[in-house]
Structure formats: C-alpha cells, structure tokens
Design a protein around this ligand. Structure first.
Ligand code: SLL
Length: 159
C-alpha cells in the first residue's frame, strides 16, 4: 500500500498529512423596506453561506447554525440543507455567528465564523433614505492569513 494512505478508525481510506482548503463565503444582502418600513422592521435581509463558484457544499457541510441577535425570536437558526441561508426582517446591524458543521468524512466537526450584517453603506446613517431596490451586500471573501474567517483547512490525519 502507498505509505501516504492510511485507514482510519471507521475503515475509511485517508491521505496522510494532506490538507483540503475550501474557501467559503459568508455574506449578507439587505434591502430597505422604504415606505413599508416600521420601527422594528426597516429592512429585509438574508445571511448566507456559499462556495465562491456556488458549487454544492453538501458533500462537506451537513448543517449551519446562524446565531442572530437576541432581539430576534428563536435567535439560533439551524439550516440542514442547501441553500444555507436565513431571511429576516429587522432594524439594526449586528454580528452574526455562523457555526458550520461538517459531514463526518471531513475529520473536522465544526468551524465558527463571524459576519457583520450591514444594512447601510459606508457614510449612510440609520433612518436615511435608501433605494428599496438597491441592496447592501457584504461578503467576507478574503482568504489572507490575517482574516481566515472564511477559510477552512481540513486536515486528514490519523485519529
Ligand atoms: C444595534 N447592536 O443597536 C445593534 C443591535 C439588533 C437588531 C441590533 C430585531 C428585529 C425584531 C432586530 O433587528 N435587532 O425585533 O424582530 O443596532
């Protein structure tokens, strides 16, 4: 047998000391509700987790939990299949904590990512006039080592 290959405790063939680097994007898209806005609901927004080329992630990701601000009902939202996303209505920006649970195959169980929900562009103030058709989109796409939030390194090594 090639010495780079080993069999793990579950009987699966694995490659020794190999890394699988999977870039993942967490983003939000927010629309002002314009005239339909109310005090507690100025925007409709969606938070999502996706691959850069929108490939199916279900071979790798079994479930995603989006932890919203405590002001939301049932703030821990679990999504068990694609698309991994949550849509809500709200009034304020906050950090969303994204727990990504991997399929058993990957050898790593969970990663935690952070993404700030943005409802306004830079320089815009809460309450300012926004075009309801023009979304505010932010994505964490950098894969530099200073901001590894969207980069998963799954290492196959003997258990
Ligand atoms: C802020 N620190 O003060 C932030 C908190 C929380 C936003 C923002 C809840 C909506 C709902 C909602 O939008 N919370 O009540 O369903 O700006």
């Amino acid at each position: 047998m090639d010495d780079q290959v080993f069999i793990d405790a579950s009987g699966t063939r694995r490659l020794k000391d190999k890394e699988l680097v999977v870039p993942i994007i967490v983003g939000t898209v927010a629309f002002s509700l314009g005239k339909k806005a109310s005090e507690s609901s100025s925007h409709r927004w969606t938070v999502y987790l996706r691959s850069p080329n929108n490939e199916d992630l279900s071979y790798l990701v079994s479930q995603v939990r989006f932890d919203l601000h405590q002001t939301f009902q049932n703030p821990q939202r679990v999504v068990e299949s694609q698309p991994f996303e949550v849509t809500e209505h709200g009034w304020g920006e906050f950090d969303i904590i994204v727990h990504v649970y991997f399929t058993l195959d990957s050898g790593v169980r969970e990663a935690i990512l952070y993404h700030k929900l943005r409802l306004y562009e830079d320089g815009e103030q809460p309450g300012c006039k926004q075009d309801p058709k023009k979304p505010v989109v932010t994505e964490t796409t950098s894969i530099s080592s200073e901001s590894p939030v969207n980069l998963f390194i799954l290492q196959a090594r003997p258990q």
